[in-house]
Design a protein. Structure first.
Length: 263
């Protein structure tokens, strides 16, 4: 079951996050923030923070983060659909009927996200494989510790069509890979479609929901262009996406300025 952005915004407006969480744990106001002991891990000092202006929560102890739906999912061990249903029933909002056109659109989007996630995992594995030696050496030279490789899901795209070959074997259709921007089509090439990223250090670009939607690739050898980004797709609109946003939101405090810099 999928729901429109308009419906979700309306539903969440009926139940302020702070009021919902206050039923579970004791919250204490500190300026613009509400603090309490995290319900998702054991702790002695309050590291669980509710940002009323954004209607989100974040725990600086365990990293739990999200909105009211995410909180219900975590606290009640529910799926997204179950959490939406519970909130709707509690606040007296009727769930919309799912229409076939919207269902088809969301199904296609899910498939694209799944393919992009599979590509991300593939690139990560290649970074740690023998073929990723040069990429690992480059990261070490730049003093980027391994813990950051994992945190930002860095990877390596080998030469050739390794990604295309892998994803086709995994059952993804070629048209899905084309639509996701993972491969390019060229009728002038003998090999037909081919991997978009080749011999590049890969930086996944994540949505606010921490789903990979695109990539940035840094060429390891001499050549042009040195940096290559995914072209726009239905998942990735450049003017609406910031690299590192999902990570920045985890430590964001509502009373602090936010600086956006060129990549």
């Amino acid at each position: 079951m999928s729901y429109s952005t308009e419906f979700m915004d309306h539903l969440k407006s009926k139940a302020p996050l702070a009021s919902w969480i206050d039923k579970k744990i004791k919250l204490t106001r500190k300026g613009k923030l509400l603090l309490g002991n995290c319900p998702f891990h054991q702790e002695k000092s309050a590291s669980f923070t509710v940002y009323e202006a954004q209607d989100t929560f974040h725990c600086f102890g365990c990293g739990a983060h999200g909105d009211i739906i995410k909180f219900i999912m975590m606290s009640d061990h529910m799926s997204f659909r179950e959490a939406v249903q519970k909130l709707a029933e509690t606040v007296g909002v009727r769930l919309p009927e799912e229409q076939s056109a919207a269902h088809e659109l969301n199904h296609n989007r899910r498939v694209l996200i799944q393919a992009t996630e599979a590509a991300t995992v593939f690139y990560q594995n290649q970074l740690h494989a023998n073929v990723g030696r040069a990429a690992r050496a480059y990261l070490a030279e730049r003093l980027i510790p391994e813990r950051e490789w994992s945190r930002f899901r860095l990877g390596y795209a080998p030469s050739g069509n390794a990604l295309k070959t892998y994803l086709l074997k995994e059952g993804y259709e070629e048209k899905v890979l084309l639509e996701a921007g993972l491969i390019l089509d060229s009728t002038g090439r003998k090999e037909g479609s081919f991997d978009y990223f080749r011999d590049r250090l890969i930086f996944p670009i994540l949505s606010r929901q921490e789903k990979p939607v695109a990539f940035g690739g840094r060429l390891l050898k001499e050549g042009h262009p040195k940096y290559l980004n995914s072209h726009e797709t239905s998942l990735f609109i450049k003017g609406q996406t910031l690299y590192g946003l999902s990570e920045a939101l985890k430590s964001y405090k509502s009373d602090e300025p936010v600086y956006i810099v060129e990549g």
